[in-house]
Design a binder for this molecule. Structure first.
Ligand code: HEM
Length: 443
């Protein structure tokens, strides 16, 4: 989308944006004071909504399909190099449209098996990222088992990136690698509002495969899992769609809450250097690497959908249509966390998501968010089972811990979400040609 289109969208003369901003915003306004958000749809609010629908009203966004999605500029022939010798792809890379994330347990307890797996995975990932199969799809010998499962044949590289992570278990007593352990790689501590389920938590290795074609991403994970059999077993996986983050130059997509996500993400090179890439302060082999935190965050979709938009905006701290901070007018206006309205109320509530997460209010802490929406269909209670596959990269896991300790205890969003899955991984730098991921561990 061009800047012109983007600007045009935000200036659309619809009543929606102004109405949204003009609704009461102070913490003591009726939406918060009298009627709980949960109670809204079952009480007086239900009639209001029904009336609006009957009248054909509502607050539809004034834009046509395609203007605000993440489909612009998709080139299925685009590929990224694997052997860069610097950072792994899939971190600073502009987020692709789909992601398959999987973690694995090491079932073999020998360092050699781990080493062989990392070498074989590296060779395979390099092939896959070029859009090539990892062996014959249809071997000439008809009785042979095909080395590549074939479903991505001719789909093009589709901007595939596969990013490997090493969990704390790699450095435990099993493999003799304890002296190589990244300084800060520990299982995450218990965090406020954790609702973690064993089936979505942990892992000795992680693979994040992102691509503009979901089948290309799935094919990569499937074939790497297949290669790993005997050395690793699958642990948990999430299939993500509709990137819920923005890289430099990309339009900002929306998450399943319907809000723009990624507006104030890390985009500038200096922020990657200062907040994402590991420098000299860690074990030497991690230089140029990063730390990955993955969280499976379930959304209480039905409850969120029953909430009035003015209240949703208070929860996030931004307008729903434009994505502007409640202290401003345009998406990229810098939030002013002390601005007050005419009644003297703080415009961006102090317990809103952005007020709690912003670097201005966290001693400068920043993380790179590279999340995706997910759905697991319908829950056992008949409700939509969906949420955010939150994936973040940072030069120290302490950044996530500091933010989540605050968000987990005070965020207005907690009424609508639950962290049900979690993993932490050290991301080694990318190998140079002729080398493989994690090679320095075995020197
Ligand atoms: C389902 C869970 C979550 C949802 C729906 C969500 C949604 C959003 C939205 C809509 C924004 C505003 C737009 C933007 O600047 O990107 C935002 C900002 C942000 N979020 Fe989240 N978020 C979630 C979880 C988290 C978690 C777990 C963290 C970190 C522990 C986090 C950290 C941040 C940060 C740092 C910002 C930027 C704040 C700023 O500087 O203005 N978010 N999020």
């Amino acid at each position: 989308m061009s800047d012109q289109q983007d600007a045009g969208r935000d200036q659309t003369p619809d009543a929606t944006a102004d109405e949204m901003r003009d609704q009461p915003t102070g913490p003591d306004q009726p939406a918060r004071r009298g009627l709980s958000r949960r109670g809204f749809f079952t009480g007086a609010g239900a009639g209001v909504v029904a009336g609006a629908l009957a009248a054909g009203g509502g607050t539809a966004f004034a834009m046509s399909h395609g203007e605000d999605d993440a489909t612009e500029g998709v080139d299925f022939n685009n590929s990224y190099p694997f052997y860069t010798g610097t950072h792994q792809a899939g971190i600073q890379t502009e987020p692709q449209r789909y992601c398959v994330y999987m973690t694995f347990d090491l079932v073999s307890a020998t360092a050699t098996d781990l080493q062989v797996l990392l070498a074989r995975w590296s060779a395979a990932i390099a092939q896959l990222m070029q859009g090539k199969p990892i062996g014959a799809v249809a071997p000439t010998q008809p009785n042979a088992v095909a080395p590549d499962t074939g479903e991505a044949y001719n789909l093009g590289p589709s901007s595939l990136t596969v990013t490997l992570g090493l969990g704390p278990g790699v450095f435990d007593h099993r493999f003799g690698l304890a002296d190589k352990k990244p300084k800060l790689l520990e299982p995450l501590p218990a965090l406020p509002s954790d609702q973690l389920q064993k089936g979505y938590t942990g892992g000795d290795l992680s693979l994040q495969a992102c691509a503009d074609d979901p089948q290309v991403a799935y094919h990569a994970i499937r074939n790497l899992a297949r290669m790993g059999r005997g050395t690793v077993g699958t642990r948990w996986t999430v299939m993500g769609f509709g990137r819920a983050s923005a890289g430099k130059g990309q339009s900002t997509p929306r998450n399943l809450l319907g809000f723009k996500d990624g507006t104030r993400n890390i985009k500038e090179q200096s922020d990657f250097t200062d907040h994402v890439w590991v420098g000299d302060g860690d074990v030497a082999w991690m230089r140029g690497g990063s730390y990955q935190v993955a969280r499976k965050i379930q959304m209480n979709i039905e409850i969120w959908d029953a909430d009035r938009v003015s209240d949703q905006q208070q929860v996030i701290g931004r307008t729903k249509n434009v994505g502007a901070p409640l202290s401003g007018n345009a998406e990229f206006d810098t939030p002013n966390f002390t601005a007050k309205d005419a009644a003297g109320d703080i415009k961006i509530p102090v317990t809103s998501h952005i007020a709690l997460a912003a670097h201005e209010n966290n001693n400068g802490v920043k993380i790179l968010r590279r999340s995706y929406n997910y759905t697991d269909g319908i829950s056992q209670f008949g409700q939509l089972d969906a949420g955010l596959l939150f994936i973040a990269y940072m030069d120290t896991p302490q950044s996530f811990i500091q933010l989540q300790e605050k968000l987990g205890s005070s965020d207005l969003l907690n009424e609508y979400i639950g962290h049900i899955g979690s993993g932490i991984f050290a991301i080694p730098p990318a190998p140079a040609q002729g080398h493989y991921l994690g090679e320095a561990l075995f020197g």
